[in-house]
Design a protein around this ligand. Structure first.
Ligand SMILES: CC(C)(COP(=O)(O)OP(=O)(O)OC[C@H]1O[C@@H](n2cnc3c(N)ncnc32)[C@H](O)[C@@H]1OP(=O)(O)O)[C@@H](O)C(=O)NCCC(=O)NCCS
Length: 367
């Protein structure tokens, strides 16, 4: 074997000498995502990845890097890397990992060796599932000679694509298709006003609360309840996920991590006036290191409050605010399960257009 694999856990601080491995992982994905999309909007800035490499109660992290057999520990020399997250507060059956190999080093078994290291770690930790997301495998018609069925009848993707062959070889199966859509900003204010006015007519019993970065103290418990619902009330196909555990302390930890990493957030929430309860929310994120891009995070309306156009109202409201406070943003990225028609129709009405598809894969490790 002409390469060796090194395993690391979390860093002890952003100056930990092992940060070279995090830098290597960050560069590999930066270059890969830039090749795939023509810009680096979707690549985490290094500051974010370093902050996310510190210990946190929510999850354990493992990182593997493959180096040429005799190379020193230098980010430039790294041939490939894998990263694994093991949730600790909930979803103890689940794990989520990625693998990337430098183009010149592909087809030498490095990806498989990194993938096996992840699977071994998952088994040793008693996990039943390893999930991963692939961003490049195109959809194909069912009649395509290499059509690979996603889940049970959820669509077909190209099973001859390198990433598909690779994942199948490790025992993963595709379970869900996600559409990645982009909205060019600014959206003209008349359009936003029209969408707002159409929606607000259905939402007499609600008003909106908006905050930047830190949830107002009086709403934080209600916001934590919405975060739990977000983990159960959205389409998840056959992904083996369980409800997440959220409380005010976890919300505050997430806010502190974002602040430390230079990630800003903008949240609008819908309040049900008769009860005072928060019943829906939407969040946009913006990385200081990527001034042209924003990311749509969660959007949720509790089931019993659906049908009042709150989804549209929340999104339009939050976008209007984002255009005011983040004037450098030119594109908003969002991901939606292909079966999530209510969310997709809102996004298309606002002006999002599908740019690529992602597939969610899962290996079942029992037995
Ligand atoms: C997918 C990826 C990690 C594979 O890395 P790799 O080091 O080339 O993988 P391996 O050499 O271990 O290949 C394992 C198997 O995958 C399949 N495979 C990999 N590349 C392939 C290609 N270009 N064409 C066809 N099959 C391919 C083959 O079955 C191969 O086995 P074989 O070489 O014995 O035929 C690499 O292509 C990559 O970094 N892609 C971009 C990132 C990505 O999509 N990651 C996966 C989702 S997280």
């Amino acid at each position: 074997m002409d390469y060796r694999i090194i395993e690391l856990g979390e860093l002890t601080g952003v100056d930990d000498p092992r940060r070279w491995a995090v830098e290597a992982h960050n560069r590999l994905w930066h270059d890969e995502l830039e090749r795939q999309h023509g810009n680096d909007d979707l690549a985490w800035p290094l500051s974010v990845e370093l902050a996310n490499s510190l210990p946190q109660p929510e999850r354990r992290m493992y990182l593997w890097v493959a180096l040429p057999a005799h190379a020193t520990e230098d980010p430039e020399a790294v041939l490939g890397a894998a990263k694994l997250h093991l949730p600790q507060l909930d979803n103890l059956q689940f794990s989520e990992g990625t693998v990337v190999v430098r183009p010149e080093a592909r087809r030498r078994g490095i990806g498989t060796a990194l993938g096996q290291a992840m699977l071994d770690r998952c088994r040793a930790d008693g996990r039943r599932v390893l999930a991963s997301w692939a961003g490049t495998i195109p959809a194909v018609p069912a009649s395509h000679p290499d059509a690979l069925e996603v889940g049970h009848g959820r669509g077909w993707i190209d099973g001859s694509h390198p990433a598909a062959r690779f994942a199948l070889g490790l025992g993963l199966r595709p379970e869900q298709v996600e559409l990645h859509s982009v909205l060019p900003l600014p959206v003209d204010l008349e359009t936003l006003q029209r969408l707002h006015d159409d929606a607000v007519a259905y939402a007499d019993d609600y008003d909106l609360v908006t905050w930047e970065d830190s949830c107002p103290e009086q709403h934080v418990d209600g916001f934590a309840e919405l975060a739990v619902a977000m983990s159960t009330d959205i389409p998840q196909a056959e992904l083996d996920l369980e409800p997440q555990v959220w409380d005010a302390a976890r919300i505050r930890r997430q806010e502190a991590r974002r602040a430390a990493a230079g990630v800003r957030s903008l949240t609008s929430a819908a309040r049900h006036l008769p009860t005072g309860r928060l019943v829906g929310y939407t969040t946009l994120l913006q990385n200081a290191g990527r001034p042209a891009a924003a990311h749509q995070e969660d959007t949720l309306v509790l089931r019993e409050h659906r049908g009042h156009r709150l989804g549209m109202l929340l999104k339009v409201w939050n976008l209007r605010r984002a255009q005011q406070v983040w004037p450098s943003v030119e594109r908003v990225h969002t991901w939606n399960a292909e079966e999530n028609n209510p969310m997709l129709s809102i996004n298309f009405a606002i002006g999002f257009a599908v740019e690529s598809i992602e597939s969610a894969w899962q290996a079942r490790l029992e037995g």
